[in-house]
Design a protein around this ligand. Structure first.
Ligand code: IPT
Length: 997
């Protein structure tokens, strides 16, 4: 393939060296390929859609953007898991404020393609808007459009319709590749406009496939990768491409497949989700520990983890192997886990990090893979309700550090150091001679030990059990030099006339900082806690962390000398410190829960952001600033000793808006399809003989797989016309395949035969993926219910409703997404009637909410879930309810919210009931399917209602579709709204289009 002109220009400039040398590395390439030619220096400024050309290169240390080293500190967020485009900005700004410089996104093919050849990038699917918003926020983007993504979504991101097409996926089958090319064309048409290389946006890197190891068994694997590579290039994508290797196998290193002669624009990446109960693995460049996998597989490209667990997904609940809820993920992979594992990555020389997930969000509608429930909170640093959790602290501290202390972009392994009781890594920057030590405690008990630094200092430090500490020596703190500090640096910056350096650690610990000062300085205590002593050219400062919030110490030699302001903060304090670059200089803002934006206008500083708890505001900035506004309101300030402006009064905590009780319910039962006389003449006939499914078609019987009839999402109805008497019927067997938590209900001539549900996953089945079962209904019960005369009739109707969950993922390139969904085989014992079938799933996809919004329940087909549906004739009821019997019942009500303007309230819907009751609920808010609640499985009880779909100042309609399997009484029980978070600030929220009918 010929390189486009644009590609050449992207290659030009100082980064060209990185490219030229990048070439096809491989196991034999020299590990010492260090391009010392790219010096240690400031990282590139936060990216924008600035219309200018930028170069993206690399050497084995790091990416090199416009000739400057960039450490990528990225967070994963899935736009499809936050169906309210305004809120993308909210989460992106939270990420930016808390130290991320990059957002990584999967683009899910199934979310954008309701049918072959149809691609929807509008409304909640507006990829262009997402990429614009990321650029406006100043974040780079790592784009990951598959075609296969995994991601705990339906079919791993493959569209439902693809499950019914010919040809094996994830290989070179021409039918498959034809569909793939259409998808990539559609995505790339948008992405092309947002590449950082030509300044249209901030797309930095682009991933093809995900965890692809099909080549182990399929010799055409390299040809498949080559096809994807060339296709993406042909579409005008010229940023570096990469793949995400599962299990650190060294798969798809540079040179492992044909890139059409193009060299040096391919990175090797691998992922990892290490268990919190094991010591963090050494997967880096340095081969510490002798492991072959990880970055050592590709010595010429920078160490890159496109996914590194920042939490973990939670499976459906139930017995032993069930999910325990996301509080548990957040507990087992807590802030210390992140510190310990991410510092180990840093110690291993990795410089491209993506935290999967940083905001997990909601797998709404029928988007979740069968293994997970609706919430994809992931135990991430930012929770599903958009609240920043305590897990943000290590992310914030590391993220700002990696962007603002350039020494970290170019580290080499240095001489081994032994520190008793602590696993120790030693690195050094060849240009600045700064030394970095990561000291890790893999035991449960706190360890106090001594580190002998390269300068010969003995540093006593304590590391808590299962935690780690970063110690740096020889760092430039503006115009002065740090000898060492027991607390972790977070940034060094210059604001106005002074240098400012922040050091962070755990609450209550004592930071000990040693600064080289050839002449005795003048030290001023801004806060009472700190102490110091000057001794033979060094200044020792000690400061307890967190006790008084922020501790400030001012170091200066005389009036003419540039002051150094040392700041000390514990975790909770550090996340309220926001460095921010403006065209007229750098600011530091302390106090609020979030700084979104800052603007300098003459002597005025205009700040916007969020207040959660009562907080003050303090600002350091360029000289000459005299006034501050916060969210448009003037703040009365005074000037402090450390040359900041500090607010005279604290801003009050955010109010907690009251939420209404949910009353005024109306109820209506449905499933008329169960009745013998129901008119199904408009339904499709199910009489196909062959299928592309991986599930076998039973000999001599029709294909009943829902996907073969175009029904790819949600519930599906079947009606069989049975010709011949059923007097001798012994039993009916219904074989079906649904994925975990699927179920069915069956009726004969309108009389309930019974229900069946997939066995609860146990140790054996939990990892198997596809769930199939056979429901056998004996005719004994039927004889009692159906009178003889009726049984003798020549014609009967069997009605079956299958709650089919989603398609399996295809992690192994085995076409497992093509396992059938719905009924797979039906047989009758004792009689051999003539049987003809009809099938009905979802109506035509909702043009706004998309195909994953609805299945084929009667109420859904009739629009009972939509806000404009007239339910006046329904029976008024109150909740909780206890109803008998099997079938589908709907409940609707409306409620109004009046959250004060300027308050960002995050609201959830909570469902609770006696866990012995076997029923489940589809939740529709303003017509949007926001999840599935399974009362006797759980563990999810709280469903986040995203603002935008939720009208926080106006009227809302809630509709609940309840499926009761008849084995117990059914609810709903308690249904209520709950406030999940509240901040003053937030972002302007545009209502998400929610057609009423
Ligand atoms: C890795 C996938 O790449 C990602 O899509 C997601 O499924 C993640 O896992 C788990 O949430 S797969 C890896 C765990 C083998």
């Amino acid at each position: 393939m010929a390189l486009s002109r644009r590609t050449f220009s992207a290659l030009a400039g100082s980064a060209a060296l990185g490219f030229a040398l990048g070439g096809s590395g491989g196991p034999g390439a020299p590990a010492a390929y260090a391009a010392r030619s790219v010096p240690t220096g400031p990282a590139p400024a936060a990216p924008r859609a600035d219309g200018r050309r930028h170069t993206i290169g690399y050497d084995h240390h790091s990416l090199v953007v416009d000739g400057r080293r960039l450490v990528v500190w990225s967070g994963e967020l899935h736009p499809f898991r936050l169906p309210s485009p305004s809120l993308w900005r909210d989460v992106l700004e939270k990420m930016r404020g808390h130290g991320y410089n990059t957002v990584s996104i999967y683009v899910a093919w199934n979310y954008h393609s309701p049918a072959p050849g149809e691609y929807d990038f509008t409304g909640v699917r507006d990829l262009d808007l997402f990429l614009r918003t990321a650029a406006e926020t100043g974040l780079y983007v790592i784009l990951r459009p598959g075609p296969y993504i995994n991601a705990e979504v339906d079919a791993g991101g493959f569209p439902g319709w693809l499950t019914a097409t010919e040809g094996a996926a994830r290989g070179t089958d021409p039918t498959y590749l034809g569909h793939v090319d259409q998808w990539l064309t559609a995505v790339n048409r948008i992405v092309r406009r947002h590449q950082h290389t030509d300044g249209g946006g901030t797309v930095l890197l682009y991933q093809i496939e995900n965890e692809y190891d099909g080549h182990v068994t399929d010799p055409s694997g390299p040809a498949y990768m080559s096809h994807l590579y060339k296709k993406v290039r042909a579409d005008g994508i010229d940023v570096p491409l990469f793949h995400n290797d599962k299990g650190r196998n060294g798969y798809w290193i540079p040179g492992s497949f044909d890139t059409g002669g193009e060299r040096g624009k391919w990175l090797y990446g691998f992922d990892g989700y290490p268990s919190p109960s094991q010591p963090p693995p050494d997967w880096g460049d340095f081969g510490i520990g002798g492991l072959k996998g990880g970055a050592t597989a590709s010595p010429r490209t920078p160490g890159f983890v496109p996914e590194y667990g920042g939490g973990w997904f939670d499976p459906w609940g139930g017995v032993e192997f069930g999910g325990k809820g996301y509080a548990e993920s957040r507990r087992t992979r807590d802030a210390a886990y992140e510190r310990r594992f991410y510092l180990t990555n840093l110690a291993n020389g990795l410089t491209l990090h993506n935290v999967y997930m940083t905001f997990g969000g909601t797998t709404w509608g029928w988007l979740p893979a069968p293994v997970v429930y609706t919430s994809y909170d992931y135990g991430a640093a930012i929770d599903e309700a958009r609240n920043v959790t305590t897990k943000i602290a290590p992310m914030h501290q590391l993220g700002h550090l990696l962007q603002r202390v350039p020494d970290f972009a170019k580290l080499d392994r240095a001489a081994d150091v032994h520190v008793a009781g602590l696993k120790t890594y030693h690195l050094t920057n060849p240009d600045t001679q700064a030394h970095v030590y990561v000291l890790r405690n893999d035991g449960a008990d706190e360890v106090t030990s001594t580190l002998r630094t390269a300068d010969g200092d003995d540093v006593e430090l304590t590391v808590a059990g299962h935690d780690a500490r970063l110690v740096t020596t020889g760092l430039s703190l503006g115009r002065r030099k740090l000898r060492y500090c027991t607390a972790q640096p977070m940034f060094v910056l210059t604001a106005g006339r002074q240098d400012i350096a922040l050091f962070t650690g755990r609450y209550g610990e004592m930071a000990h900082l040693v600064l080289e000062c050839p002449a005795e300085p003048l030290v001023q205590r801004v806060d009472p806690e700190a102490a110091w002593v000057y001794d033979q050219g060094v200044l020792h400062v000690t400061a307890p962390l967190g006790k008084g919030g922020l501790t400030r110490v001012l170091v200066q030699r005389g009036e003419s000398d540039t002051p150094l302001l040392l700041l000390f903060a514990d975790d909770a304090t550090s996340v309220r410190l926001f460095p921010y670059d403006t065209p007229s200089g750098t600011l530091l803002v302390y106090g609020p829960a979030l700084l979104r934006h800052a603007k300098l206008d003459g002597s005025a500083v205009h700040l916007t952001g969020d207040i959660v708890g009562a907080s003050g505001v303090e600002v350091w900035g360029p000289r000459g600033i005299t006034s501050v506004t916060w969210n448009g309101q003037p703040v009365r300030t005074r000037v402090t000793v450390s040359e900041s402006l500090v607010a005279l009064a604290r801003m009050p905590a955010a109010p907690r808006p009251a939420l209404p009780e949910l009353t005024g319910w109306r109820r209506k039962t449905e499933n008329p399809e169960a009745a013998a006389g129901f008119d199904d003449s408009a339904w499709q006939t199910a009489d196909k003989k062959t299928s592309f499914s991986t599930t076998a078609v039973p000999a001599g019987r029709p294909v009943l797989f829902a996907d073969d009839y175009g029904f790819h999402y949600g519930d599906v109805w079947y009606r069989a016309r049975i010709e011949g008497g059923i007097e001798d019927l012994e039993s009916v067997s219904l074989a079906y395949s649904t994925g975990t938590q699927g179920m069915l209900m069956a009726w004969l001539d309108g009389v309930p035969l019974g229900s069946h549900r997939m066995p609860v996953p146990d140790a054996k089945t939990v990892r198997k993926g596809s769930w199939t079962a056979t429901a056998e209904f004996s005719a004994d019960g039927l004889r009692k219910k159906l009178r003889k005369k009726q049984r003798r009739k020549p014609e009967h109707v069997l009605s079956v409703l299958v709650r089919r969950m989603q398609h399996d993922m295809d992690g192994g390139s085995l076409d497992t997404h093509k396992a059938a969904r719905g009924l797979t085989d039906v047989s009758f014992k004792g009689v051999s009637p003539k049987v003809s079938w009809r099938i009905q799933g979802a109506a035509a996809p909702d043009p706004v909410r998309g195909p994953q919004n609805n299945g084929g329940l009667y109420g859904e087909r009739e629009g009972w879930h939509l806000p404009g549906f007239a339910d006046g004739g329904w029976e008024p009821v109150t909740l909780p309810r206890s109803d008998e019997g099997m079938g589908v019942t709907w409940y609707r009500t409306g409620f109004r919210l009046s959250v004060p303007g300027g308050v960002d309230a995050s609201v959830g819907l909570v469902l609770e009931d006696d866990p012995a009751r076997a029923y489940r609920v589809q939740i529709f808010l303003n017509g949007w399917n926001l999840g599935q609640y399974v009362n006797d499985v759980g563990p999810q009880h709280t469903f986040v209602l995203p603002n935008g779909i939720l009208r926080t100042r106006g009227a809302n309609t809630l509709a609940l579709a309840v499926l009761a399997d008849g084995t117990s009484e059914a609810g709903p029980g308690v249904v209520r709204l709950e406030l999940l978070g509240s901040a003053v600030g937030g972002v302007p929220v545009t209502s998400v289009d929610s057609p009423g009918r």
